[in-house]
Design a protein. Structure first.
Length: 273
């Protein structure tokens, strides 16, 4: 009997839910699939029989070696942390051995690090034109943040920075009892469909800095919240806001991605002057 390790966010999917989750991942024999956190293999085993190749990345050495010992055809088990720096090389090496650069991602994610993993997916999107979509299990509250509309409490850094590269859709709702041990929260399976071409965002790196800075002080107006960053970048914040057509008395949670993008363009133009 395997003991679930809390520090790795282990909540194993119950057999009764397996088929529904796997079907929602829409596997096909042409797929190259990267699974984050295969655990005991609840999703890995049925997926392995339905996709072309699978790379399973598992941080827990015991679980990874148990899975690797099954020697599933077309399945590569990598023992390591998906958030570690070396993972990009592991992914690139695995992709290079395949017949196509296209790949999909699936994972019943460890909830304690789900946001950093979503930001890691954004990095994969930037580095790999072949990344098509991700189907990930999240706590329902994080799924709400991904789908949040401007002006709501849930709208924030995760919403805007994910909208830069993907459209999020909830595909399945799961109660705590769908996992063992049961988490304290409800869960949702979310499909992140990569947007190509991305919305007309010329300076995603600048959007990233502005969004993170503005939302760390979400009670402040934009003019005030961006003041320190403006001083550091030698940018006149008032002028940049006017150039972007954004009222500086607004709060960050009221801005749509296109407005953050316009702000980033004006910010970038002001820094190169
Ligand atoms: N896929 C299995 C299932 O559905 O039953 C397990 C899901 S469990 C919620 C999350 C899995 O991710 C665990 O196996 C855990 O050990 C693994 N994990 C946690 N942190 C990780 C990380 N940083 N990198 C890779 N795997 C991780």
């Amino acid at each position: 009997m395997i003991r679930a390790r809390k520090r790795f966010g282990q909540h194993f999917l119950e057999a009764a839910w397996r088929d529904r989750v796997v079907a929602a991942c829409t596997p096909s024999p042409e797929d190259q699939t990267v699974e984050i956190g295969p655990g005991l293999g609840a999703i890995t085993l049925p997926l392995a029989a339905r996709v072309g190749r699978l790379l399973a990345i598992e941080v827990d050495r015991d679980l990874a070696s148990t899975l690797a010992a099954r020697a599933l055809p077309h399945v590569t088990v990598h023992t390591g942390d998906v958030l570690a720096d070396d993972i990009d090389g592991v992914l690139a090496g695995w992709l290079a051995a395949g017949a196509t650069p296209r790949f999909r991602v699936v994972g019943n994610l460890p909830y304690n690090v789900s946001s950093p993993i979503l930001f890691r997916l954004a990095r994969w999107h930037a580095a790999h034109a072949g990344f098509t979509d991700a189907t990930v299990m999240l706590q329902a509250e994080v799924a709400d943040r991904l789908a949040a509309r401007p002006g709501t409490r849930e709208y924030g850094v995760l919403t805007v920075l994910t909208a830069l590269w993907a459209d999020a859709t909830r595909v399945l709702e799961l109660p705590p009892g769908a996992f063992r041990p049961a988490p304290e929260v409800r869960s949702a399976l979310v499909r992140l469909e990569v947007r190509r071409p991305s919305p007309a965002v010329a300076h995603p790196g600048v959007v990233d800095r502005l969004v993170r800075t503005a939302f760390t002080q979400r009670r402040k107006t934009l003019a005030n919240g961006l003041k320190a960053l403006g001083t550091a970048d030698k940018v006149d914040v008032g002028r940049v806001l006017r150039a972007a057509g954004v009222d500086g008395t607004r709060r960050p949670e009221t801005l749509h991605l296109v407005e953050f993008s316009a702000l980033a363009d004006a910010w970038q133009a002001a820094t190169v002057l």
